[in-house]
Design a binder for this molecule. Structure first.
Ligand code: NAI
Length: 330
């Protein structure tokens, strides 16, 4: 039996993790879940929101499924999510964005992949208070990190029959940092003569995405733009409740939805487990459990086609009702 780390998170995390574990189990795939807690709830007992046992578990099992973990805004501890990605060197954040059956949105032809650099940029966490009225954040872009994320994006395009990789920067203003990312992209692209290239500034990209998203295929972006643009793309396909993601490194991978812990609906049996379920389906493909991945995906799509969905998608099903419907469609 395969052992996989499960971080069931906080906020809506435990509700949606429960749903996904039930669905995978009902599909007939036996997984030994190595459940690890993290975040605010473990600080008191263990002195840190990300105890080393969590990292050790992922290093040991190589694969983790992760529900969202709350980060205090403006003060308090450093994001568990950012730390996890950094500690495990999960340098590629992959966020596929494709319309789902029966989920009505403005566009019905969205099929793009956001590849976000996951380890540096303004998220390196290098900040200081210069004086009482001034704060400073440092944006780090290195050739090494830019090169491996651009290679990842081009390799993804080659392996998944995609035709174009478009680089997104603000290199007209940040000539050195974004300029380095862009220059590295150009160099990497020379090794992939069959993949089309395209360069766009992030502000123009946002405008184009909300007007004609079908023109984009694979996007590769530095960390901050990637974070913002992937939420925008989530909006194109029905919102955060359906947006999946994965953090991939050389040695391990952590699959998690784009959304956060949604404290506003915590404990109300309202959360949509679809984003975590789609992340889990990609995880199953990553560990080569293709049959189970396809079986669960079919059951999910059938449930949506039956118009059974949670309130974020305009439906009336609660988390448990929706989960039961997916299970009965397996
Ligand atoms: P959020 O994604 O938690 O919520 C934004 C809005 O989307 C809320 O109205 C929420 O109810 C709704 N929503 C999100 N997921 C949903 C789902 N599965 N079903 C139905 N509705 C859903 O973003 P917010 O409020 O900015 O962040 C809350 C906390 O989550 C913060 O502490 C943040 O740091 C953390 N966070 C954690 C992430 C992670 O663990 N990877 C990622 C993003 C945020």
């Amino acid at each position: 039996m395969r052992t996989i780390t499960l971080i069931n998170g906080d906020g809506i995390g435990p509700e949606i993790s429960d749903a996904v574990v039930r669905i995978i189990d009902a599909a007939g795939l036996k997984i030994d879940w190595d459940v690890q807690t993290a975040g605010a709830e473990v600080i008191e007992a263990e002195g840190t929101p990300l105890p080393s046992r969590v990292l050790e578990s992922i290093r040991r099992n190589k694969v983790a499924l992760k529900a969202p973990v709350t980060t205090p805004i403006g003060k308090g501890f450093r994001s568990v999510n950012v730390q996890l990605r950094k500690e495990l060197d999960l340098y590629a954040n992959l966020r596929p964005c494709k319309n789902l059956p029966n989920v009505k949105t403005v566009f019905n032809d969205v099929d793009l992949i956001v590849v976000r650099e996951n380890t540096e940029d303004l998220y390196a966490g290098i900040e200081r208070q210069v004086d009482d009225d001034t704060a400073e954040s440092i944006k780090i872009i290195t050739r090494k990190a830019s090169e491996r994320i651009c290679k990842f994006a081009f390799d993804y395009a080659v392996n998944n029959n995609r035709s174009e990789v478009c680089v997104v920067t603000k290199a007209n203003i940040m000539k050195l940092s974004d300029g380095l990312f862009l220059d590295t992209y150009r160099n990497v692209s020379l090794n992939y003569p069959n993949i089309k290239t395209r360069e766009i500034l992030v502000d123009n990209l946002c405008m184009q995405l909300v007007q004609k998203p079908s023109q984009f295929d694979v996007l590769v972006l530095p960390n901050l733009y990637g974070d913002i643009v992937s939420d925008l793309c989530a909006g194109l396909i029905g919102g955060l409740g359906v947006a999946q993601g994965a953090n991939i490194g050389h040695d391990c991978a952590v699959f998690e939805p784009v959304h956060g812990s949604a404290p506003d609906i915590k404990g109300q049996n309202k959360a949509n487990p679809t984003a975590l379920l789609l992340s889990a389906i990609e995880m199953l493909r990553y560990i080569k459990e293709f049959e189970y991945a396809d079986k669960i995906e079919k059951a999910l799509f059938k449930t949506l086609e039956q118009n059974i969905c949670t309130s974020d998608l305009g439906g009336s099903a609660d988390t448990i009702t929706f989960t039961n419907a997916v299970i009965s469609n397996l």
